[in-house]
Design a binder for this molecule. Structure first.
Ligand SMILES: C[S@@+](CC[C@H](N)C(=O)[O-])C[C@H]1O[C@@H](n2cnc3c(N)ncnc32)[C@H](O)[C@@H]1O
Length: 250
C-alpha cells in the first residue's frame, strides 16, 4: 500500500487551482510562461487537437444522456461535452474556475456542483464520467477508492473517459522546477511567484491500464505523439459478493 498522502497537500492543491483560476488557460493556450517557442507550441497544439477530436468522436458515437465531468476547471473540455450530451453535471472544488467555465460554456444543460472529490460520493448514476487532467492529481493511496466512487457513479453500460498528462519536461511553465518522474508531488508557481505543492502522477498508458485492471476496469489508454494520454475506461461486471459497491473515498 502506498504511503498516505499528507491531507495538507490536498488542501494546497485546491488552494492552488483556486488562486490560479484567472491564469489557468495560459497553460492550455501556451501563452506567458507556458510559451515554449514555435516548434514545441505546434507539437502541443497538434496533441490538443488529437485529444479534443478523440473525445468528440467518442461522444458523437455514444451521445450520453447523462454525463458527469469531474474537476471541470475553466471549461476547456466542458465546452465540447455540453453540446454532445443530454445533461451534464460539472463538478469542481473551485468556485473561481466554475465562474469562468459558466461564462465560457453558457449552456442550459450544464449544472455546476461544488465538491471536494476526496470526500465525494455520487448521488446518482451517469452514462459518461469524464475527467481531464484530474487523475494525475489523485494520490496513489487514493487511486482504488477514487475508482470505486467512479464505478458507483456509472450507470449500467456507462463508461468513463480519461485525458491526462504524459511525461514531458516541456509541458509545464518555463519556471517550474520538474521533480523526478517518480516524485508523486510537484511544486507549482503562479505568475505572482507564490508557490504551492500539488500531487502529480505521470502514467504510461500500459501502467495505467494495469492499475485500472487491478481496480476492476477495462481500458484502452493511448498516448498522443508527445504530451497526453487518453482513452475510455469501462467497469468490468462486479463479482457476486458486492465488490464495486459504493464505498467512501476516505
Ligand atoms: C489540472 S485542473 C483540470 C481542469 C480541467 N479538467 C481541464 O482539463 O482543464 C485540476 C482541477 O481540479 C480541481 N480540483 C483540485 N482539487 C480538487 C478536489 N479535491 N476536488 C474537486 N476538484 C479539485 C481544480 O480546481 C482544477 O479545476
Amino acid at each position: 500500500m502506498p504511503p498516505r498522502t499528507d491531507p495538507a497537500v490536498l488542501a494546497e492543491q485546491v488552494a492552488y487551482y483556486r488562486a490560479r483560476a484567472g491564469e489557468y488557460d495560459e497553460w492550455w493556450l501556451r501563452s506567458g510562461r507556458y510559451d515554449r517557442g514555435e516548434a514545441l507550441n505546434a507539437a502541443w497544439k497538434e496533441d490538443v487537437a488529437a485529444v479534443e477530436d478523440a473525445l468528440c468522436r467518442r461522444l458523437d458515437a455514444r451521445r450520453p444522456a447523462h454525463a458527469l465531468e469531474l474537476a471541470c476547471g475553466t471549461g476547456l473540455f466542458t465546452r465540447w461535452l455540453a453540446p454532445r450530451v443530454g445533461d451534464l453535471v460539472a463538478l469542481d472544488a473551485s468556485p473561481e474556475v466554475q465562474a469562468i467555465n459558466r461564462a465560457r460554456v453558457a449552456a442550459s444543460n450544464v449544472r455546476y456542483a461544488l465538491a471536494d472529490l476526496f470526500a465525494w460520493q455520487p448521488d446518482r448514476r451517469y452514462d459518461f464520467v469524464f475527467m481531464s487532467f484530474w487523475l494525475s492529481h489523485v494520490p496513489a493511496d487514493r487511486f482504488a477508492a477514487f475508482w470505486r466512487a467512479v464505478r458507483a457513479a456509472l450507470a449500467p453500460g456507462g463508461e468513463a473517459y480519461v485525458i491526462d498528462s504524459g511525461w514531458d519536461t516541456t509541458s509545464t511553465a518555463k519556471n517550474h522546477v520538474r521533480p523526478g518522474r517518480e516524485a508523486g508531488t510537484a511544486q507549482r508557481r503562479l505568475n505572482d511567484g507564490s508557490e504551492f505543492r500539488i500531487v502529480k502522477i505521470y502514467y504510461e498508458p500500459a501502467e495505467l491500464a494495469q492499475q485500472l485492471d487491478a481496480a476492476g476496469f477495462t481500458s484502452a489508454i493511448v498516448a498522443t505523439r508527445r504530451y497526453f494520454i487518453h482513452g475510455p475506461v469501462t467497469p468490468r461486471r462486479a463479482p457476486a459478493g458486492g465488490a464495486g459497491e459504493p464505498q467512501s473515498m476516505l
